[in-house]
Ligand binder design. Structure first.
Ligand code: ATP
Ligand code: MG
Length: 203
């Protein structure tokens, strides 16, 4: 056997083994319900991944709700697109009520609560297939919202509804109740090489 043939045979055997294990996992997965997903970690890719799922869900005409727990100082392409082209998506952003640099903790908390009420209503709406709670984790790390209240609302959502939470940190509670937890690792970021945030890529 030539070394190319050997490589070919090894590859074939490895692929067959992998297929067997994937097929076994697929056969073992027999629960059909919505999925809870936490996208966390310090690397880039959390919000963009959540919006990737929004695009996926749109492909099947699923009903979508999005709440962004961020102040609206920098418009993002996804916000512009959803507002202009997706009137069927329920979209709410915390917006101007919240500022990272304000010393006014009580007005931040009020804005967080108003925003959370929108999210909570979505988590109770059986018509929604996918709910995205972008940057929700900061509300927990700043202690602006009650963790128990958030965990309860996510746990008690309609069975068929999937929910995606993004943001750094988030605490053990969220990790515990979500079905899929991915941590995006910051290997390197263009910003640290002095490259400016780019329209259509970073926002
Ligand atoms: P994205 O929205 O690009 O998916 P993200 O949601 O994972 O990023 P956030 O913490 O929400 O990350 O930050 C959003 C913005 O900060 C984006 O402009 C992104 O490029 C930038 N950013 C993300 N990670 C880093 C990092 N490790 N260093 C510097 N800037 C970052
Ligand atoms: Mg983000």
């Amino acid at each position: 056997m030539s070394s190319d043939d050997k490589k070919e045979a090894r590859h074939k055997a490895a692929m067959e083994k992998q297929k067997e294990s994937v097929d076994a996992s697929i056969a073992a997965a027999d629960i059909e319900r919505g999925v809870g997903i936490l996208l966390t970690g310090n690397g880039k890719g959390k919000t963009s991944s959540a919006f990737g799922m929004v695009l996926r869900a749109l492909g099947y005409a699923h009903k979508i709700g999005i709440v962004q727990f961020i102040k609206g100082q920098q418009l993002s392409g996804e916000e512009i697109y959803v507002r202009d082209h997706c009137p069927e998506i329920a979209f709410y952003q915390m917006g101007t009520g919240f500022t990272w640099d304000t010393q006014d903790r009580s007005s931040d908390i009020a804005a967080a609560r108003t925003t959370w009420e929108q999210a909570r209503a979505m988590l109770q709406d059986p018509n929604l297939d996918l709910v995205v709670l972008d940057e929700l984790t900061y509300m927990l790390s700043f202690d602006y919202l009650s963790e128990e209240e958030i965990l309860d609302a996510i746990r008690n959502r309609p069975r068929e509804q999937s929910v995606v939470v993004t943001g750094r940190g988030g605490g053990a509670g969220l990790r515990e109740i979500m079905d899929t937890v991915s941590e995006v690792k910051d290997v390197k970021h263009a910003y640290n090489a002095g490259i400016m945030a780019r329209r259509g890529v970073d926002y």
